[in-house]
Design a protein around this ligand. Structure first.
Ligand code: AMP
Ligand code: GLY
Length: 425
């Protein structure tokens, strides 16, 4: 089969790597792809992943049998619908289903209507009413911009003043544009977070192994929020018994709810969970694989990803086996100095083969090829991934790989998986 991956990050490199393993894969393409993906896929940087017309034309011209869409923007922009209209199979939710991520107000209303556990909330399009609600509820409280704000539209306010300032910034500032015209104000949930990705064909939903990412830039969960500085799987905070509970209380009801709402959801559903004293509650849904969670979840998948994805598209997921490794995987993100604020690009990267020689997988996130060398081209530059029998061995192996890789001003967190390791003490 000819398979096209849409996207250019570490998540898409991991997807391409796993798809490549399948006996059914003859040829891989990527739009736009990255230099790491270029080793296994033909990359097509001229086409934009959100140019539906151009992507459909490319898929037709090359006779693509399956398109796998990584990021949320093309999903929210209806790429899967456009491909389906052109007779091309695509893994990922259609535009209406992708709203589960694109609109927090939609997903919160859905959870309320169908009794899916989540934080209590109200949606406001009027700043004065939002302020009054915050004053009535008190802090801590959480203020979120409604639309896609690249993870930056959430303020966990420990004081009332912080919450009021967040409302002003989101609703009256310029930074959020349309995404800031409505705010969701939520009850603060206390607990530890976990991510649960699931494959679904719209009727059957099957969880992957649980995982946990590390959103803050620095060790000890300090510093600004980032796109994710590392991850590990499985997450001891979400053991199989909890995953089974979430399957019953969250995943199955959500898939049925989406079908009832006329938004049949196919693809990967990402449930961001808070494991609280009262059980697991949904923090957010994403309409795609997580990044960097995918980089640790897919190495543990021992089944055929092409077969699983085709079953999701065709509605036959109940018939497919999805075996998982009993081991663990860890990814450490190597970032450019300054990230998530301003950082330099163009620094030469060395030691990639040496990291692989340590037994690690290297997934590219923000790199470019220039005059035959690999240089930095983004804030999150590389994922160094290790699989081992347990988390502790995977952490040690991942950092052995990390220590082989060098570029100017590189930094990473040194405490990836610390919560898992603390639980094991
Ligand atoms: P979101 O973009 O909705 O995933 O929110 C980003 C981060 O804010 C989450 O990963 C949590 O760490 C935190 N957060 C969001 N909502 C809540 C909540 N209701 N209670 C506590 N923390 C939250
Ligand atoms: N790792 C968080 C996300 O993919 O949204």
């Amino acid at each position: 089969m000819k398979i096209l991956v849409i996207g250019s990050g570490g998540r898409e490199h991991a997807l391409a790597w796993k798809l490549k393993e399948s006996k059914r894969t003859e040829k891989l393409y990527a739009i736009p792809g990255n230099p790491g993906m270029a080793a296994i896929a033909e990359c097509v940087p001229q086409i934009s992943p959100t140019d539906n017309t151009a992507v459909v034309a490319f898929a037709k011209e090359k006779g693509i049998d399956l398109v796998v869409v990584g990021p949320e923007a093309p999903l929210a922009g209806g790429l899967v619908d456009a491909l389906a209209a052109g007779g091309i199979k695509a893994f990922g939710p259609a535009k209406l289903a992708a709203e589960i991520e694109g609109s927090k107000a939609f997903s919160k209303d859905l959870m309320k209507k169908y009794g899916i556990p989540t934080a209590k909330y109200e949606v406001f399009s009027d700043a004065a009413a939002a302020r009054a609600y915050v004053k009535a509820e008190g802090a801590p409280i959480v203020v979120k911009a409604d639309g896609l704000a690249a993870g930056k539209g959430v303020v966990v306010a420990m004081t009332e003043a912080e919450a009021l300032a967040a409302i002003d910034e989101i609703m009256e500032g310029e930074a959020f544009g349309k995404a800031g015209s409505r705010v969701v104000i939520e009850e603060f949930m206390e607990g530890e977070e976990a991510s649960l990705l699931a494959f679904t064909d719209g009727k059957t939903i099957r969880p992957m192994v649980s995982s946990q990412d590390h959103k803050r830039a620095y060790d000890g969960d300090q510093g600004p929020n980032t796109g994710g500085m590392g991850a590990y799987a499985p997450a001891p905070v979400a053991p199989p018994a909890l995953v089974a509970e979430v399957q019953r209380t969250v995943l199955e009801p959500t898939i049925r709810a989406m079908e009832q709402e006329g938004r049949l959801y196919k693809g990967c559903l990402y449930a961001g969970l808070m494991v609280t004293a009262e059980g697991a509650k949904v923090v957010e849904f994403n309409c795609r694989f997580g990044d960097p969670e995918t980089e640790v979840v897919l190495p543990l998948l021992k089944g055929d990803l092409v077969e699983i994805m085709l079953a999701c598209v065709d509605g036959s997921l109940a018939e497919v086996e999805i075996p998982w490794s009993k081991g663990a995987a860890v990814t450490v993100v190597l970032a450019a100095g300054g990230y998530p604020k301003a950082y330099e690009k163009g620094a030469e990267i060395t030691g990639l083969a040496e990291a692989e020689a340590e037994g690690c997988l290297v997934f590219h996130a923000g790199t470019a090829a220039k005059d035959g060398i690999i240089v930095t081209a983004g804030g999150r530059v590389l994922n160094i991934v290790a699989e081992a029998a347990d988390i502790k061995s995977a952490v040690e192996k991942a950092y052995r790989g990390v220590d082989r890789v060098h570029f100017k001003d590189a930094f990473c967190r040194r405490d990836i998986a610390h919560r898992a390791l603390e639980r094991m003490k």
